[in-house]
Design a protein around this ligand. Structure first.
Ligand SMILES: [Zn+2]
Length: 850
């Protein structure tokens, strides 16, 4: 070893630097493509290159790293890659502010963050790295888009978008504030119809719900969120005839059992039936409502509406009911119309109450069929009332009956509906993956020939502060010949939603250096699904749903045979830290300005500050920079703290004293080993057989428990087990054989290695081994050693401890009695008295009553 490290005190910085460099030189974490071992694919959700690593990232990657290292020690062939989710608005906006190229900004951030990541000592195979904004990656995003296009899973549709008339751009819903204004320009956001690109995710709605059952190792709440998002509901389409009109009004309902309780029908402002309104006043009212909805959608009262004067006929009993226009009915959703059942739907109840529409109860919780006084809608199931021949029946049974009657009479049809909409992937922005389509006046939307991919983002734009770039501005790039007819045509100027780039990146890692295609079938079949995926719960819906959809769509195009991309999912909790808030002003105060953190006062007005644990953020002055922590304690301590402080899926509260606690633990381990290097002599006189057996047993318990804890993602209790074993080693170490000492020091080092990779590597070398500790085999459990062959019996007289003795575990009560009364100590205490009673607590105590 070239740079010898002093073993007097634990110096993590020297050790960590040394090993990070050595691992890199030795290419220790390179994926072995030809290994015959069982594969394990460990993956963190890849970072957005925002510029700085934060504690949330650190937690995410340390968890994945621990799992990857453990699986490698367990003999698996591990793939553990890392990359960058690099397109998107934040980079573009930061670049706009500074007047620079978003690519330049992104590349700088990647460089900086990669250096920060390396400080953590992750076992990442950096040869697999890519960024989604690399041409060599997005060429394949474009190819996959074209494959989906050819399969009929991509289409263009005119739809309403949020339009900023000052910046001339479309805004995402999140970029419109509660007053309906643009977050950037402050302009009142308009609704505008634009041609947009969609992916047909709805074709997979049923499978996306059904296959949630396969995902046994996903958190239940994530599965529930996906299920609700796809939102399957079974119900019926019901046709209502309109009086004096040829059109039927079709509504979808999941509650056909409430059909006797329909007291109005409601349609959206743009519904076709509104054309049948004849009254001039009503027509004017409708037109002004439409303008309001376009301009100030965000302020329209949800319960607003008016009677159209049209009458519908309820097919079940031929009663006449009014047709209303209601703002809560949306154009795009279902049939754009709903049946109003105020007694059994809370939104209908509020609408009817406000607009003085009749409320008719048809389901009651009472078996006797009495009506209730309704202060709100009764949405539960119950017994039918006011429903003719169905009265008294259970409402859940009546659903089927009504559908049957309606189907026979041709006014109802069983129907399954999904809440899921198709995925809108158009973004009118520069910094994204260009959509590989040419639009021709004659031929329409023409896909670009695959041999002409990639469509590269033009890089000759002028980047100036506060100038928003659009692909539309670049004439040279924009104007092309139609690949079909050769006439003048234009490129598609929308770029893809970045979720498109991240919906297939996990398929690229096994083949990231492949030049002529996105991936190889055999490699995908070999490496996928990801065995352990780790990331934030904020991706429970969009990213994870899109990735599942794309995997299924590509499977159906025969790219590979994988049904689901992620086998196990771990969603880690947030990292929180103490924040200090003045309850009077609502202002957060930086801890640097507070004199006494035990009794924190606002330095300006001496108000007692409220302390709470919140997600780290700049605005709350409670962010803790990972680099500062690593500079102070080293990466191994930071890793140990993060893994020890809370179970991974729970929120973690930052605490300096706990960080120091882990630092002290590693220092003690360091000391223990430095005292034992270089053949500490085995001293026969000190040998105690019981201590040898105890330590052997503790070591095997630790192997068993730590293996179990890591497999169950209970890393915190895994560290507790390491602490127990450490204590046992320090207590028994001087009384054991040289061979056991060697074995236990070796095993403890391997058990600690996935948690604290640097210190263990240094110790390993000092123990005299030559290969890396991270290439070793996880220790096997010796089941025999787990059996306790003897134990220490406590002997009490009248409840007071008078002696202790090691006896065989299988001793009978009679043997225990005999051993006890023959002890010299006990004879002394008992002398001259009669023993009235023996109480034996098996495996622990005998109490002699005298
Ligand atoms: Zn053409």
């Amino acid at each position: 070893m070239s740079n010898k490290i002093s073993h007097k005190t634990y110096n993590p910085f020297q050790i960590e630097k040394k090993w990070q460099e050595t691992w890199k030189v030795n290419n220790l974490y390179k994926t072995n493509e030809n290994s015959k071992k069982e594969k394990f694919y460990a993956l963190s959700m890849f970072p957005y290159p925002s510029g700085n690593l934060h504690m949330g990232h650190v937690r995410n990657y340390v968890i994945t790293d621990l799992i990857a290292r453990y699986q490698k020690l367990k003999g698996k062939n591990v793939l553990h890659p890392m990359g960058w989710d690099a397109f998107g608005l934040p980079a573009e906006n930061a670049a706009i502010e500074r007047g620079i190229d978003p690519n330049e900004w992104t590349q700088d951030n990647i460089k900086h963050m990669k250096n920060q990541l390396k400080l953590l000592g992750l076992s990442v195979d950096w040869e697999k790295e890519f960024a989604t904004c690399d041409k060599s990656y997005y060429i394949w995003t474009q190819k996959l888009f074209l494959d989906l296009f050819k399969a009929g899973l991509v289409y263009q549709k005119e739809s309403e978008v949020n339009w900023d008339p000052i910046d001339n751009t479309v805004l995402a819903n999140e970029q419109v504030d509660s007053d309906g204004k643009s977050w950037r320009s402050g302009a009142i956001v308009e609704k505008k119809k634009l041609m947009q690109w969609y992916l047909k995710i709805t074709d997979y709605a049923e499978e996306l719900i059904n296959d949630l059952k396969i995902l046994e190792s996903w958190p239940d709440r994530v599965k529930l969120m996906q299920e609700n998002w796809v939102g399957k509901s079974i119900g019926a389409n019901i046709s209502f005839k309109i009086k004096n009109n040829n059109n039927d009004l079709v509504v979808f309902t999941t509650r056909p059992d409430t059909i006797y309780g329909v007291t109005y029908l409601a349609i959206s402002a743009n519904h076709k039936l509104t054309e049948s309104i004849t009254d001039v006043n009503l027509k004017n009212k409708l037109n002004s409502l439409k303008v309001d909805l376009q301009k100030t959608k965000y302020n329209v009262d949800e319960k607003y509406g008016f009677d159209t004067g049209l009458k519908a006929i309820n097919p079940i009993n031929n009663s006449e009911i009014p047709v209303w226009i209601a703002t809560y009915v949306l154009d795009g959703y279902g049939t754009g119309s709903v049946m109003g059942v105020p007694a059994h739907d809370q939104r209908d109840f509020e609408f009817a109450t406000k607009n003085k529409i009749k409320i008719k109860q048809v389901i009651s919780k009472n078996m006797d069929g009495k009506e209730d006084i309704l202060n709100k809608a009764f949405e539960d199931n119950g017994f039918m009332i006011n429903s003719n021949k169905f009265n008294g029946l259970q409402s859940t049974d009546v659903i089927k009956e009504i559908i049957k009657v309606g189907t026979n009479e041709s006014w109802a049809e069983k129907k399954i509906e999904y809440r899921l909409r198709d995925w809108l992937i158009s973004r009118q922005r520069y910094w994204g993956c260009p959509i590989p389509i040419i639009s021709c006046g004659k031929c329409g939307s023409v896909p670009i020939d695959e041999k002409d991919l990639p469509v590269v983002l033009p890089n000759n734009l002028k980047f100036e502060p506060n100038k928003i770039n659009s692909l539309k501005d670049n004439q040279e790039w924009l104007n092309v010949k139609c690949p079909k007819c050769g006439y003048k045509a234009k490129r598609e100027t929308d770029t893809m939603d970045t979720f498109m780039c991240s919906s297939w990146y996990f398929l690229r890692y096994p083949c990231s250096n492949l030049q002529d295609k996105p991936f190889e079938k055999e490699k995908i079949n070999k490496w996928l699904p990801v065995d352990q995926y780790v990331g934030g719960v904020e991706h429970a819906i969009l990213h994870l749903l899109y990735a599942r959809f794309l995997t299924k769509a590509l499977r159906d195009r025969n790219f590979f045979n994988i049904n689901e991309p992620f086998n196990k999912l771990l969603t880690q909790g947030m990292v929180q830290a103490a924040s200090y808030k003045n309850p009077k002003t609502g202002k957060y105060i930086s801890p640097k300005e507070i004199k006494n953190l035990e009794n924190p006062l606002d330095p300006t007005d001496n108000t007692k500050l409220e302390i709470s644990f919140e997600k780290m953020s700049k605005s709350k002055y409670n962010g803790i920079d990972p680099e500062t922590v690593i500079e102070k304690y080293g990466a191994d301590t930071a890793r140990m703290f993060i893994l020890f402080k809370a179970p991974p899926e729970k929120d973690l509260e930052w605490g300096d004293s706990d960080v120091e606690g882990q630092y002290r633990f590693l220092s003690r381990i360091w000391k223990l080993y430095s005292e034992n290097y270089n053949g500490k002599v085995f001293n026969k006189e000190n040998y105690i057989e019981q201590k040898e057996l105890d330590l052997k047993r503790d070591m095997n318990i630790a192997i068993k428990e730590i293996s179990k804890d890591i497999s169950n993602n209970q890393f915190n209790t895994g560290i507790s087990e390491l602490m127990k074993l450490y204590n046992s080693i320090s207590h028994n170490n001087n009384h054991i054989s040289a061979s056991l000492r060697k074995e236990v020091l070796k095993n403890f080092c391997i058990l600690l290695a996935p948690f604290a990779p640097h210190i263990t590597e240094e110790i390993w070398q000092e123990l005299g081994y030559t290969d890396s500790v991270h290439n070793q085999k996880w220790p096997e459990i010796d089941l025999k050693a787990l059996v306790k062959e003897s134990y220490e019996l406590v002997i009490q007289i009248n409840g007071k401890v008078r002696d202790k003795v090691f006896i065989k575990s299988n001793s009978s009560d009679e043997e225990i009695k005999q051993i006890s009364i023959n002890r010299e100590n006990i004879k002394k205490w008992v002398a001259g008295q009669t023993i009235k009673k023996f109480i034996v607590i098996k495996g622990k105590i005998i109490n002699l009553v005298v």
